[in-house]
Design a protein around this ligand. Structure first.
Ligand code: GLU
Length: 482
């Protein structure tokens, strides 16, 4: 049975890179009909917080990433680690080291000055284990180091990067625990992955240098080594390592901006992996079917925010077309306070209007695009109306507004929306020949007066949803400005 793990360290809010690693584990396991274990790696007592674990669990579940076992917490497994540490000490494949910080610092300095690699010289490796145990029992403090047998080849076949080889020469007798009850990452990970019967370790490339150390620990126990797959790092568009300065990194930030969980999942799947037929819009179920580690890229994976916007826009478009009621209900919390949610019927009508189709990349765009219908226009200057390119002079604008106001008053507004759109559109277009003007000279000032903005949906759509009264008010206001 294939078993993978999702082992975040709860030292911060759910990071988008952690979400991608979790997603790849999820897709791989579900594709293989395997199992997933969630493990909170909270051994860093100062930085780990339960609220971060909660945020990570909540965020992953929101994305649809779930597991079959867990959460396990490393902080609750101390006794277990102790048992295994004792086993290594007993086998003498690990030993107590009493070297002082001063001694180690001095040694490191000397090695650096000679341009040697910095490594532990093994001073405590020859101490009698019984004598060391007695010293520790008497209260002396000591760390525990793994005895690294030199001249072994540390070879593993990475499922993404292929054959990978390190030499044990690169490693000294490294510390695996600060005390019997305070183990370090490489040790706890190996023990847990062994105990939890993990078959595939799929994690970020930043962990690749830990893998040979972990293999050394597996060997010290005589345990089977799992398969490894190291995922490419996520990069900013300029190919530097993804950082807070260039991109938002917490999932919450993306949700707050109005990215849909399904779209984030779809996008993250494509940050470092591609569909065999190049498909870009893929649901979780489709991803599970298609996912394969052999199609994970080797090089860095670019976090292309424009692509995320595009994917998100596609999901919003589809959700609105398929079930505007469900869509609105689902994201009600997002819209609350941003648009007058008591006008639900009108909002839904606007969302479904073909003129708005594809205009929304994010939920926040809906809020900003709809503002024009529900809020007083922002102060704008007459220059918005007097468009130079279209040759709209003050005289022309004045005449256009006067005639438009008359037409809007005369029209029968008591018809269905699409009939209304047509009547209003025809009436405004009729002003073009009637006044001997060009299209832009008539339509630009009208649209600008209704929206107060350089860009907006077209004038007839604005009129229909603003209604007669508000349309007249905005046209009159603009006329008054000239
Ligand atoms: N807790 C580690 C991290 O969040 C997990 C590393 C691993 O997958 O082995 O980076």
């Amino acid at each position: 049975m294939i078993r993978v793990r999702i082992p975040p360290s709860p030292t911060g809010l759910l990071h988008i890179g952690t979400a991608r690693t979790a997603l790849y584990n999820y897709l791989f396991a579900r594709h293989e009909k395997g199992q997933i274990v969630f493990r909170s790696e909270d051994t860093d007592k100062e930085r780990s917080k339960k609220e971060y674990e909660d945020d990570i669990v909540h965020g992953l579940n929101l994305l649809g990433i779930t597991w079959d076992e867990g959460p396990y917490r490393q902080s609750e497994r101390t006794e277990n680690y102790k048992k295994y540490l004792k086993e290594l000490l007993k086998k003498n494949t690990a030993y107590y080291c009493f070297c002082s910080k001063e001694r180690l610092d001095k040694m490191r300095e000397e090695q650096t000055a000679k341009k040697f690699p910095t490594r532990y010289d093994g001073a405590c490796s020859t101490l009698d284990p019984k004598a060391s145990a007695a010293r520790v029992k008497a209260g002396e403090s000591a760390v525990i180091r793994l005895r690294v047998i030199q001249d072994q080849e540390l070879r593993f076949k990475d499922l993404i990067r292929g054959e990978t080889v390190f030499s044990s020469k690169e490693f000294d007798d490294f510390v695996i625990a600060r005390r019997l009850d305070d183990c370090l990452y490489n040790f706890t990970v190996v023990v847990d992955d062994h105990d939890m019967k993990i078959t595939h370790v799929i994690r970020g490339e930043d962990h690749i240098s830990n893998t040979p150390k972990q293999i050394l620990i597996y060997r010290a126990f005589g345990w089977d080594i799992p398969e490894f797959a190291h995922l490419p790092l996520i990069l900013n568009e300029d190919r530097t390592k993804m950082s807070k300065r260039k991109n938002k990194v917490s999932l919450n930030d993306y949700l707050a901006e109005g990215y849909l969980p399904e779209a984030i999942v779809n996008f993250l799947a494509l940050v470092g992996w591609s569909h065999p037929e190049g498909k870009e819009i893929l649901s979780m179920d489709e991803l599970i079917v298609a996912f394969d580690l052999s199609r994970v890229h080797h090089g860095g994976a670019i976090f292309d925010i424009k692509k995320l916007d595009w994917i998100n826009g596609e999901y919003i478009k589809k959700a609105i077309q398929e079930d505007v009621d469900g869509f609105f209900k689902k994201y009600f919390k997002f819209f609350e306070g941003k648009i007058p949610t008591q006008n639900t019927d009108l909002i839904k009508k606007i969302l479904k209007d073909p003129d708005f189709e594809g205009r929304f990349k994010k939920l926040s765009d809906i809020a900003s695009e709809l503002r024009v219908f529900f809020e007083a226009l922002p102060a704008y200057s007459p220059s918005l109306i007097l468009n130079e390119k279209f040759k709209v002079t003050p005289e022309i604008a004045k005449t256009v507004f006067q005639k438009a106001i008359e037409a809007v008053r005369d029209i029968d507004w008591d018809v269905g929306d699409s009939a209304k759109t047509k009547v209003l559109s025809d009436a405004m277009m009729a002003l073009v020949p009637a006044l001997g003007l060009k299209n832009g000279q008539v339509l630009w000032p009208i649209r600008a007066a209704l929206s107060g903005a350089e860009r907006s949906p077209n004038f007839a759509t604005l009129m229909v949803y603003l209604g007669k009264e508000e349309t007249l008010k905005r046209l009159e206001f603009a006329l008054g400005k000239l």
